[in-house]
Design a protein around this ligand. Sequence first.
Ligand code: SF4
Length: 143
Amino acid sequence: MTVRIVVSACLLGENCKYNGKNNFDPLLCEALNEHEVLPVCPEVLGGLSVPRCPCEIVGGAVMNKNGENVDSQFRSGAAKAVKIALENGAQLAVLQPRSPSCGVGEIYDGSFSGTKIKGDGIFARALAAAGIKAVTPKEFLDI
Ligand code: SF4
């Protein structure tokens, strides 16, 4: 059955990561072939540049590694990406693990030390609030 799926654009090979690179996942792309794919990068939609300073959620707000608060850009980008998902009737989202936007179930702890904790990124939370289920590529491939 063909499903309409929102996908983190970096997983599809778009160079929208903070470091100007991507997270291309060939197995995921192959599995997505039979579906309708809606690529989104909420951080770019929020007006952030590529490349950009790495960010983490620190005490509930998104901060970059230089200590600047970028929470409003993250939230506005997440809202725009959710709007795209809803307007296009997306039934599912497959998102890049551990990102402060796209992380599902696990993110970094805000110390910029590579320490992981349970939690969701800003976009993953906004999708859940809109009733759209989000999974990691591994979870999608295991479905
Ligand atoms: S915001 Fe999401 S789509 Fe954009 S680079 Fe980060 S993980 Fe990828």
